[in-house]
Design a protein around this ligand. Structure first.
Ligand code: CAA
Ligand code: FAD
Length: 379
């Protein structure tokens, strides 16, 4: 086992880190306050190849491995967790599924602009009454010969406000349970498709989250991905990889919080010495470091398993569960180390604490990850 990144991975890490520090950092606080989607910055990330990292170059992507993707996401999330989730959804929930299961026509028409960053994608599985219990889909797609008629509401869709293309999961045959669920590519400007208002969120406020409403939206047959009834499997398989992205986002939040805490501890003085000289603070930093290192290894392991075509369901659930717990705990400690300064926006760690929470909820809550892990153990 080699714990050293190769030259290409080191270069990706450096490029992502430099971009995050020079481009994302300057206005990250303002974007959080104003809930401002970083449109121009996402374009720049696309130019760097970050919006379709694992897609083959033939389809406009970067042709990179999952480990490189995890490394880049960590660096982006260290500074801006909102930009990280925008990137993660486009890469692992939208591009991956299209690349893996799309037809050649779908890939040319949709994957290429999405992977090159000309367009942005969203993944719409959740509904008002179908979150963890994802098989309880109420959105329907009724076969009308050469097209389907799509009706229903999706909830909480990341990139929902800004996307051009949406992967929408819908019920095509209720009697068949989860085998009666299908997945479709839907374009934003189609008649009957309405995007709701942006949610006013606790964290990741610069990413947009909103509901999607479909009223008799005509979806051409050729926009179904895979066979009818394949939609639930498609969603589950996509989420197996997506969870590696969210794990990396959580890892980045934690690592960013530690970096700021070390810097602050070396500067802030109390009782005639820097707080870094108090053992209580040293031990907090050591605990954070240990947890982050463990989370990083779990993220890398899940990524390597995916790259090696091994079963990565358990590994990605473990990485997501653990890294999100570390993000939450570490960011709370970072606020504590900053004292009162940690409680105001200027010092960044309060935002990190708010951003961390969502990583324990989306792409399957921590409780759902435990269901996935225990089912694997017991099967
Ligand atoms: N990988 C592949 N297939 C899977 C799977 C996995 N991890 N988990 C389940 N399946 C398959 C099963 O094999 C089964 O298929 P067959 O019948 O053909 O064998 C089918 O799915 C149904 O499985 P279950 O009976 O286990 O289904 P369940 O109703 O008990 O639910 C669950 C399983 C894991 C809880 C699932 O509902 C789930 O993952 N829920 C969480 C939903 C989620 O993560 N949503 C995220 C939305 S996207 C998002 O959040 C993006 C963002 O914020 C940025
Ligand atoms: P519920 O499923 O109602 O769960 C409520 C609580 O009950 C949770 O603590 C849960 O863990 C627990 N629980 C539920 N079932 C069980 C069980 N069987 N055993 C033990 N505990 C259980 N979805 C998308 O499709 N696409 C997106 O892009 C997207 N982006 C999101 C962005 C944000 C900011 C948010 C908040 C959500 C997003 N989601 C998205 C939805 C997200 O995936 C769901 O919120 C999540 O899966 C949980 O579903 P729920 O909110 O309905 O909670």
């Amino acid at each position: 086992m080699d714990f050293k990144l190769n030259e290409e991975q080191e270069a990706i890490k450096e490029a992502a880190s430099a971009f995050a520090k020079t481009e994302l950092l300057p206005e990250v606080i303002e974007r959080d306050i104003k809930c401002e989607f970083p449109k121009d910055l996402i374009k720049k990330m696309a130019e760097m190849g970050f919006m379709g990292m694992m897609v083959p170059t033939a389809y406009g992507g970067g042709g990179m491995d999952t480990l490189s993707y995890v490394i880049a996401l960590e660096e982006i999330a260290k500074i801006d967790a909102s930009a990280a989730v925008i990137m993660s959804v486009n890469n692992s929930l939208v591009c991956w599924g299209l690349e893996r299961y799309g037809t050649e026509v779908q890939k040319k028409k949709y994957l290429t602009p999405l992977a090159s960053g000309k367009s942005l994608g969203a993944f719409a599985l959740s509904e008002p009454e179908a979150g963890s219990d994802a098989t309880s889909q109420k959105t329907t797609a009724v076969d009308k010969g050469d097209h389907y008629l799509l009706n229903g509401t999706k909830n909480w869709i990341t990139n929902g406000y800004s996307a051009d293309y949406y992967l929408v999961i819908a019920q095509t045959n209720k009697e068949k349970g989860h085998h009666g669920i299908s997945v479709f590519i839907v374009e934003r400007n189609w008649e009957g498709f309405e995007v709701g208002k942006k949610e006013d969120k606790l964290g990741i406020r610069a990413s947009d989250t909103c509901s999607l409403m479909f009223t008799d939206v005509k979806v051409p047959k050729e926009n179904r991905i895979g066979e009818e009834g394949f939609g639930f499997k498609f969603a589950m398989e996509t989420l197996n990889g997506g969870r590696i992205g969210i794990a990396a986002q959580a890892l980045g939040i934690a690592a960013g919080a530690l970096e700021l805490s070390v810097k602050y501890a070396l500067e802030r003085k109390t009782f005639g010495k820097t707080i870094s000289e108090h053992q209580a603070i040293q031990f907090k930093l050591a605990d954070m470091d240990i947890e982050i290192e463990a989370a990083r290894l779990l993220c890398y392991k899940a990524a390597l398993k995916k790259d090696n075509n091994e079963d990565y369901v358990r590994a990605s659930a473990i990485a997501k569960l653990y890294s999100s717990k570390v993000a939450m705990e570490t960011s709370i400690e970072a606020v504590q180390i900053h004292g009162g300064y940690g409680y105001v926006r200027e010092y960044h760690v309060e935002r990190m604490m708010r951003d961390a929470k969502i990583t324990q909820i989306y792409e399957g809550t921590s409780e759902i990850q435990k269901i996935i892990i225990s089912r694997k153990l017991l099967s």
